[in-house]
Ligand binder design. Sequence first.
Ligand code: UT7
Length: 311
Amino acid sequence: MPYGRITGWATNLPDRILTNDDLAQMVDTSDEWITTRTGVKTRHIDGKVTEMSTSAALDAMAMAGVSPDQIDLLLLATTSPDQQIPASASVIQHSLGLTCGAFDLNAACSGFVYGLVTAMQFIQGGMERILVIGSDSLSSITNWEDRGTCILFGDGAGAFVVENSGEQPSLLGWDLMSDGEAADLLYCEHGDKIVMDGQAVFRKAVLAMEAAALTAMDKANVVSDEIKLVVPHQANIRIIEAALKRLDIPMEKAAVVLSSTGNTSAASIPLAFVDAVNNDRVEPGDLVLLVGFGAGMTSAAAVVRWDPPKT
Ligand code: UT7
């Protein structure tokens, strides 16, 4: 059985930073309200999905020591592609000089976990190397006059190289779910801006994250005590706290970057994951739980055994 494992990773954030005080000049809000209710202090904006993704992918490929002709598939999780047509994955594929298939995957903020699980299946199907990117430019579809949403969102990208080089499985259990009945709680019409029922999304998010995480851990045959690091979707610190409490996992185990990124949708889990890895919060063999939720309403979780290349 071929096993996929993560061999390279990198992130990218656009230069422009928007602070809570900046937002207080734009809508009726305050740094104090945003910090207390969401945990967000600053976010990066004005990013383009294709540019952020290309930059992160180049660094991830360099880290993995993989050349463009060695990548078999590019999978971009995004909900805010630069254009409706073509897929941003195709533009990124050309920028990187790849000679392989490329497609966008829209599972909103759960997109990166959907992408990682999908990549692992392609590896089992015979591919050697896959580039998985989670990237969003939510600032391009944010209503900057709506204080109920504009305080949350930001832009970013995270790229991972997944290779058929594992001697043991690294994806131990996973769950992908969608509750389309709740689609009208969070949506964006073509050419328009994000509309959200924040309180309803909050309530559903906590339950969906708990359910996805429990299913993935059950499939992996592990219990929450065995999880070393949780990488939750970075939507709101209160959602993360509530979900982890229900899972009986202490907050010290959570990777959290949202104070400086905001909610970057498909980029949020890779941004938090890479930050934790770069800060030596995981060692080879540790179990990592990735768990996200988003518009759709989608949810997804994966239990991954951290198995980086030996240095
Ligand atoms: O990737 C998934 C995407 N979305 C999410 O995860 C969002 C989930 N939801 C949330 O994070 C929260 O519901 C919000 C941060 C959006 C809102 O926080 P909340 O604690 O649910 O606030 P609320 O909507 O219940 O509003 C409480 C009060 C209201 O005033 P009144 O009616 O009590 O007088 C709002 O009008 O806060 C007011 N309010 C604000 N005040 C200052 C709402 N937004 C703001 C604001 N600044 N930005």
